[in-house]
Design a protein around this ligand. Structure first.
Ligand SMILES: Nc1ncnc2c1ncn2[C@@H]1O[C@H](COP(=O)(O)OP(=O)(O)OP(=O)(O)O)[C@@H](O)[C@H]1O
Ligand SMILES: [Mg+2]
Length: 365
């Protein structure tokens, strides 16, 4: 039996998975039931309802904060203005930010929207009758070489010879597919996994330049510490950095953790918590349960990182359902573990909140 609300197992690094993800309708929210309604469900219906809520709470959003909207706007500007003829070099976009801030979620959201817009405008097939694939997405893994990067691109298009040949041959195959399928945006996620120690930064940067020249598409490179790794400066020494062509052709955007140091930061934090609160499907939830009562607590425990916040919310909801509390409270969330990085940084923030130096609510609207 298929349960329509169960989690999906898309592989976004293959065209079929990407298409299925961004062409299927949004998951629908489980209906709200009161405690009395819950009590009236038979055992199987209750199990199914709770299961649907687990999946729902684990996939909330994406929430588009002002920072995220700004980055999307920048990316769109780069992609939409990159309409040079084939003999001109297109610039590339870079999203470079620390782990767990929502890079992948952002670029996939943007890529999905771009995919749908292109199909709406130009149809699902190209003039020559190939499938239109407006966006290609590859996610690098540890020790990706230039050859395996090109091979991953071929795999995305399900090219039958995706594993055969050297880097150049594979690159040419991928570029041909991108051309045939009218691909306009190529997202290379986790680009920091490119094996930059074995080959110097210059060689990797040259490969990126080659990709940008060869493909009639805009590249969007996503990763952690791209600037620090010298990719933009092509591994050149600080005095020679002006010779780096990459820096002139790549536009860098970034994301920061949430901050409650100033008014706008606190407003963003509160708006996000309100949006999350609205989306929770718990029988005993009450207005302000997340956005007011838990605002400081959630900030300290997530240290303003999207990934840690959403993990905590999903696990908290799971526990609220399992224990029958059907609401989020500090007492309940205290029993939920979070990722190691945020647990380590939490103590310091909690101390600041306790002695009044830090609050997510002062001046908040
Ligand atoms: N805009 C958002 N709305 C809702 N949840 C989000 C959003 N951005 C991130 N998340 C949550 O945070 C988790 C991690 O986000 P994501 O994978 O996009 O971060 P990342 O910056 O790519 O991390 P990494 O550097 O580890 O690849 C997501 O699985 C999701 O649960
Ligand atoms: Mg990521």
């Amino acid at each position: 039996m298929t349960i329509p609300t169960a989690e999906h197992t898309y592989n976004l690094s293959q065209y079929e998975g990407w298409k299925a993800r961004f062409e299927s309708p949004r998951r629908s929210r489980p209906r709200d039931l009161s405690s009395t309604d819950l009590g009236a469900l038979n055992r199987r219906d209750r199990l199914l309802y709770d299961d649907a809520r687990s999946v729902w709470h684990a996939n909330l959003g994406p929430y588009l904060t002002p920072d995220i909207k700004y980055v999307i706007d920048q990316l769109d500007l780069i992609v939409q203005s990159n309409r040079q003829d084939g003999d001109r070099v297109r610039s590339a976009a870079v999203l470079d930010a620390y782990p767990g801030l929502g890079k992948t979620t952002l670029v996939c959201h943007y890529g999905g929207q771009f995919h749908r817009d292109q199909l709406d405008m130009y149809g699902t097939a190209t003039e020559a009758g190939d499938d239109r694939v407006p966006v290609a997405y590859v996610r690098l893994t540890s020790n990706t070489t230039m050859r395996s990067l090109n091979s991953m691109l071929c795999h995305f298009y399900a090219h039958p010879a995706a594993d055969r040949g050297n880097a150049t041959v594979l690159g040419a195959r991928a570029s041909q597919r991108a051309l045939d399928c009218a691909t306009r945006l190529i997202i290379v996620d986790d680009v920091h996994f490119l094996d930059m120690n074995r080959r110097d930064g210059r060689e990797v940067a040259n490969h990126f330049k080659w990709l940008a020249n060869e493909f009639a598409a805009t590249f969007l490179f996503v990763g952690v510490g791209i600037t620090e790794r010298g990719l933009l400066s092509e591994g050149l020494s600080p005095t020679k950095v002006q010779y780096a062509q990459t820096a002139r052709r790549w536009t860098r955007t970034s994301l920061a953790p949430f901050s409650i140091d100033d008014g706008p930061g606190r407003k963003t934090w509160r708006s996000l918590l309100l949006a999350i609160e609205r989306d929770l499907v718990l029988a005993n939830k009450s207005p302000g349960m997340v956005a007011d009562v838990l605002a400081d607590y959630l900030y300290a425990r997530s240290t303003g990182h999207f990934a840690s916040l959403m993990t905590l919310i999903a696990r908290g909801c799971q526990r609220a359902v399992k224990t029958g509390a059907e609401a989020l409270t500090i007492k309940l969330l205290d029993t939920v573990p979070n990722d190691q990085a945020s647990e380590n940084a939490r103590r310091q923030l909690e101390a600041g909140i306790r002695d009044g130096r830090l609050s997510s609510r002062r001046e908040a609207v």
